[in-house]
Design a protein around this ligand. Structure first.
Ligand SMILES: Cc1cc2nc3c(=O)[nH]c(=O)nc-3n(C[C@H](O)[C@H](O)[C@H](O)COP(=O)(O)O)c2cc1C
Length: 461
């Protein structure tokens, strides 16, 4: 006998709407209601009434950054002939799920010989666009903001990734870090402002880049910017720091040229300014410049400028002059780091150790935002920097690798509620107290209590 359904059995609580998805995304992906890591509405979360500066949004040239806790660029030395791989999608994708206000992709070379290692990222050819676009599309589908750092490694190119050198050293190897052609290096084609090795006997002996090479390099930066447009990046950073080409050329330590790119301060900063100007003319989205604000050479070489007024090494005085020119060109943000161009550097390392240099630039350079980086690992520390007006945004690098949830944990530490990814909401029930009912049904589904759900990871309150 066929069983007939009662009226009651027919009345299932059917949800009458389509499920939330990101329509433009090629595969099914649940939609995020707002940027992950951005403040939730005050009407539901009154604790967000006067938010800490770390979670104040920021808009630059129409690009909206959900908070001021950003990912600093980090080389992975894991690209396939300069092409991003699954590793990059997973690595960057996980950050995008965790609420960083912006993610900057690693130093990405505009020419093959500008890579640090054979595994460095590149953007010198069109086939590198698609794998980058896959990452950027995913981040955008999560309502995230993503940019790229454009670079040329100069005299520090064609070397080993750090782990290969470490492993070899542990086995007793004490030779150089130069990668031979046989293993994908280009030791004879390392190009630098001057033929001065970073570490003679250990690092490559670079060629002095010809004027023709420099002219072509400017074009290569321009071509890379065009590709960035095709990829859909939200912002670009020019890498002018850490002893790579654009740091080497501004620095009297590594630039002994006698042409229009060497000698006087004006000549040494000519190339970065030409590149910045040219990019600014064709890129209307946010444009940043990363600068090493000092070589940290006071102890060995005395003041940055000698008594005759001659510049000896690269320090904060020249950085300030360069920054003023960059501001005039329309660079939006100065990302202030230090060091990397001379082995004699004596860095005074500690929490926020580079922030005093950012403060100097913020005070002395009008019309430019300032970012600070370097051992920023605590919510209060990061927020105090911003509240005290020492910088406009903070960048984290190693903290991202140690604690990828740092922005959400920082929000809890600072007493505000920010948006977690919808797929991860259950882990943040302590922050999302007023979503408790919904989380409760979800917790029932998995046979866990809400408290267990909240304490699976030790949440700091
Ligand atoms: C694994 C790793 C890779 C890095 N790669 C880059 C890079 O591609 N470009 C860059 O400008 N800085 C790079 N850096 C430096 C960081 O961006 C950052 O300035 C530095 O680590 C200090 O910040 P932290 O104390 O938060 O780690 C790298 C740092 C790490 C740890």
């Amino acid at each position: 006998m066929t069983k007939t359904k009662t009226d009651h059995e027919h009345a299932q609580p059917i949800y009458p709407y389509p499920l939330s998805t990101v329509p433009s995304y090629p595969s099914y992906l649940p939609a995020q209601t707002q940027a992950i890591g951005s403040l939730l509405p005050v009407r539901e979360y009154p604790q967000n009434e006067n938010p800490p500066k770390l979670f104040e949004g920021l808009t630059i040239r129409g690009v909206e950054f959900g908070n001021r806790c950003w990912v600093s660029p980090m080389c992975q030395y894991s690209s396939d002939n300069g092409h991003a791989t699954t590793h990059h999608l997973v690595h960057i994708g996980s950050m995008a799920m965790r609420g960083w206000g912006a993610i900057m992709m690693e130093a990405t070379s505009v020419v093959p010989e500008g890579r640090i290692t054979p595994g460095d990222a590149g953007i010198w050819t069109d086939s590198q666009i698609a794998p980058l676009k896959q990452i950027v599309d995913y981040v955008h589908a999560l309502k995230g903001v993503i940019g790229i750092q454009l670079s040329h490694a100069g005299r520090k190119a064609s070397v080993l990734p750090p782990w290969d050198l470490r492993q070899a050293t542990q086995k007793g190897y004490s030779g150089g870090t130069v990668v031979s052609e046989q293993y994908g290096g280009w030791p004879d084609d390392v190009q630098a402002p001057s033929a001065i090795s970073f570490n003679p006997g250990k690092y490559p002996d670079p060629n002095e880049a010809s004027l023709e090479y420099i002219e072509n390099l400017k074009l290569k930066f321009d071509e890379a910017v065009e590709r960035c447009g095709k990829v859909g990046f939200d912002f670009i950073e020019i890498h002018g720091a850490h002893g790579y080409f654009l740091h080497e050329i501004v620095d009297p330590i590594s630039n002994t040229r006698r042409d229009q790119y060497g000698g006087s301060f004006e000549n040494r900063v000519r190339l970065p300014l030409e590149i910045a100007r040219s990019i600014r003319a064709k890129w209307d989205k946010p444009l940043f410049y990363r600068v090493s604000a000092t070589d940290w050479l006071e102890e060995d070489l005395g003041p940055e400028r000698d008594e005759r007024g001659e510049w000896k090494w690269w320090g904060i005085e020249q950085t300030t002059l360069l920054a003023r020119e960059l501001a005039k060109i329309g660079i939006d943000l100065l990302d202030v780091t230090t060091g990397g161009n001379d082995l004699r550097q004596k860095i005074k390392v500690g929490p926020s150790y580079q922030t005093p240099l950012a403060v100097h630039l913020k005070k002395n350079v009008p019309n430019i935002l300032v970012g600070t980086v370097g051992i920023i690992t605590e919510a209060k520390q990061a927020n105090d920097i911003l509240e005290q007006g020492k910088a406009d945004v903070v960048f984290c690098a190693r903290q991202v690798l140690r604690d990828i949830d740092f922005p959400l944990e920082a929000a809890m530490d600072l007493g505000v509620a920010v948006n977690p990814a919808v797929q991860y909401e259950l882990a943040w029930s302590r922050m999302l107290k007023n979503r408790r009912e919904v989380h409760h049904t979800c917790a029932e589904r998995y046979g866990i209590t809400e408290v267990q759900g909240g304490e699976g990871k030790q949440l700091r309150m």
